[in-house]
Design a protein. Structure first.
Length: 99
């Protein structure tokens, strides 16, 4: 099953500092998800000034429960970076290189 996760950061004055403090640990987890075949694409959501204010992820998991367990262990959840997390099942278009 494929999912899109849209996670918006907290908006308090220390939100960006918390994001940056947990960023490397979060990215290490993303690298692990890539190696396991769960991470399809994703990145930071930016505001008009180019500041990171959230994240979007395309993930592949056998079921929603497995995805939820992974999200609960993300450093951005424990570190109070992501405030509002929306998860939707999607069917992504396969990416292929043109001939």
């Amino acid at each position: 099953m494929q999912f899109v996760v849209t996670a918006m950061d907290y908006t308090d004055a220390d939100a960006l500092a918390r994001r940056m403090a947990h960023r490397e640990t979060h990215l290490a987890g993303v690298r692990a998800l890539i190696a396991q075949g769960h991470f399809l694409s994703g990145g930071a959501i930016l505001d008009d000034s180019g500041n990171m204010i959230g994240s979007t992820l395309h993930l592949d998991f056998p079921d929603r429960a497995s995805l939820d367990l992974t999200l609960q262990s993300d450093p951005y959840v424990a570190g109070k970076v992501w405030d509002k997390i929306d998860v939707r099942q999607v069917r992504l278009v396969p990416v292929t290189k043109p001939n």
